[in-house]
Design a protein around this ligand. Structure first.
Ligand SMILES: [Zn+2]
Length: 377
């Protein structure tokens, strides 16, 4: 590495800086070798922090050289020593992200640094978000906050489907809309608000309500390159879940569903449980479930969240969980928690977060691998 250049540098991922004093650091690599580095006139703790965040040689010299030729020379010598030990690497791929984008997403980039491996850098993870396309079904109490999270996180493309208008009763729990959105179509208000949040996200609204699996399949195919379908709408009850699972199965696009005050399962078509895999188990436990569902289908308003009653903070928690799962999945950073499982948050008698296994049902009507031999009643 040419130390005198303005090249971007960062700490090689296989090294750790351990400050042991203001002017002394211990450099430890993964095979356990350690090097004690001292510099009497430079605060090495702050310098280490800057290098960890990724910086340019010029920025480091401006910040720590104090305009003093001797100080600059010794700073360069210190960096050369680091380089000789193999502790520095060029952050060349950072140059493929504009300065404005780097500034906007600097906290994300710092966060992604902790997942770096030799061939996957913070920029790789950031670009996976930038290139991602999410399809949100429903822009209500869950879909609204999800859209907000995704736009702020730097997801490049989002398509949202909803045909409702923003109502005053949406405002206590939907973080995306404001008073002056009341009466507007949710897709229109969402488009305006996303453009105010971030120029780095393209949003396309579809003013419609899903009425069949075929309709959703058509939308997924027309939208092109959808990486993940996120189901947040809950009506028509169970039918919407079945249509989404069928569309995922048919198109091969993964699906993540919200689950009453929780999240999951995360369906990788043909590999992990689909959300309809729960149906046979529900039927076994509640023999009259079909009648209950029929009642809700005949009186859809009985199921409206505003009638059940909720408060915005309680929806924000599963919304954040769902957004995190989607981001972990698409960036390939953290482990997805909801493959073959549902993560639920409950507030009865204190806060409980539990993970319920939801294995794939071989007899599932949507994704099952075995033919049903039970005659239908
Ligand atoms: Zn299934």
């Amino acid at each position: 590495m040419e130390i005198s250049s303005t090249r971007l540098i960062a700490l090689n991922v296989s090294f750790n800086f351990i400050p042991i004093g203001v002017h002394e650091v211990l450099l430890v690599n993964r095979v356990g070798s350690s090097y004690r580095l001292q510099h009497p006139s430079i605060e090495l703790t702050s310098l280490a922090e800057d290098i960890l965040r990724g910086s340019t040689i010029t920025n480091l010299i401006n910040r720590f050289g104090n305009g003093d030729a001797k100080q600059i020379a010794s700073l360069k010598e210190f960096l050369e020593n680091l380089d000789r030990l193999g502790a520095l690497r060029s952050d060349l791929d950072l140059q493929s992200v504009s300065a404005e984008e780097q500034e906007r997403f600097k906290a994300n980039l710092s966060f992604f640094r902790s997942f770096e491996k030799e061939e996957e850098t913070a920029v790789t993870f950031h670009k996976r978000l930038r290139n991602a396309h999410f399809l949100l079904i429903g822009l209500g109490g869950l879909g609204g906050p999800l859209l907000d999270f995704f736009a702020r996180a730097g997801v490049g493309s989002i398509t949202g489907i909803d045909m409702d208008v923003v109502e005053p009763s949406n405002l206590p729990r939907n973080l995306l809309y404001r008073e002056d959105d009341i009466g507007k179509k949710k897709v229109a208000a969402a488009a305006e608000n996303v453009s105010r949040i971030s120029k780095f996200t393209r949003f396309r609204g579809i003013d419609s309500r899903i009425g069949s699996a075929a309709e959703l399949i058509r939308i997924v195919e027309e939208s092109g390159n959808v990486d993940l379908i996120l189901l947040t709408a809950d009506r028509p009850i169970w039918s919407i879940i079945r249509w989404c699972a069928e569309a995922a199965m048919q198109t091969g696009v993964p699906l993540l569903r919200n689950h009453a005050l929780g999240v999951g399962p995360f369906m990788i078509p043909g590999k992990t449980a689909c959300p309809f895999c729960e149906w046979n188990r529900l039927k076994a436990n509640f023999p009259n479930i079909e009648e209950i569902m029929d009642f809700y289908r005949r009186s859809p308003d009985a199921r409206a969240t505003s009638n059940i009653g909720t408060i915005g903070t309680k929806i924000a928690i599963p919304a954040a969980l769902m957004a995190q799962e989607a981001i972990s999945f698409v960036t390939k950073t953290e482990k997805v928690q909801t493959f073959n499982a549902v993560v639920r948050v409950s507030f009865f008698n204190g806060l409980h977060i539990d993970r319920m296994e939801l294995p794939r049902d071989p007899l599932c009507d949507v994704c099952g691998t075995e033919k049903r031999d039970v005659p239908s009643a």
